[in-house]
Design a protein around this ligand. Sequence first.
Ligand SMILES: CC(C)(COP(=O)(O)OP(=O)(O)OC[C@H]1O[C@@H](n2cnc3c(N)ncnc32)[C@H](O)[C@@H]1OP(=O)(O)O)[C@@H](O)C(=O)NCCC(=O)NCCS
Length: 194
Amino acid sequence: MMLRPMRPSDAEALHEVWSDAEAMRYWDWPPTRDAAVTRSVVARQCEEAKNGSALYWAMCVDGRRAAIGACDLSEIDTHHRRAEVGFLVAREFWGQGYAIEAMRAIVAYATNALKLERLSARTHSGNESSARLLKRLGFVREGTLRAFVWREGTRRDCEIYGLLLPRSLDEKPRVSASRKPRPSTSKQASRKRK
Ligand SMILES: CC(C)(COP(=O)(O)OP(=O)(O)OC[C@H]1O[C@@H](n2cnc3c(N)ncnc32)[C@H](O)[C@@H]1OP(=O)(O)O)[C@@H](O)C(=O)NCCC(=O)NCCS
């Protein structure tokens, strides 16, 4: 599995995942039916990565041209040295360890290249596979954000996870980034579509 910076042309593969009701069960937004919406979100994320406020990667496996998923670092704050992680894998690739492999590389990249000292993740309550993944990575559940998300007429609780990063990690990151983020402030709003 390798990670490379997301490109606008990844929209087609990502639409397969974003239109899958099961994969989107615990997402802030319902499945996206319109491929044009996916294209515009992916294009916007690629633009966002250029100014460094967030970084998005496509997950690729041998023998398959299309991405199998995506992961990101958003809300990158170089003053407070923190960011938020996100991840999503096509259903046919669940249970094979791709997400954990990708996230280990992202954690190493955040530590070694970006010099971040804290990562957080927000999951919808009940998203057990994400909770397992985060705990395997060493994230600790820090609390519940009550009724944090409004989705399709219902308010949902979210869980916040945090990981404090060491000054460096031995693991060599297998992730390529287009560019390093610029300094940001914690007040910068993220336009991430989670
Ligand atoms: C969250 C998500 C990425 C997790 O995917 P996943 O494939 O279960 O995650 P991992 O890569 O950690 O795989 C771990 C599973 O693969 C199994 N596995 C098989 N081969 C493996 C290997 N070589 N290495 C590690 N794990 C392996 C593990 O036993 C584990 O199974 P378990 O969860 O039943 O114990 C996936 O469920 C998803 O895309 N969900 C929808 C999007 C979403 O909700 N994202 C979170 C937003 S915060």
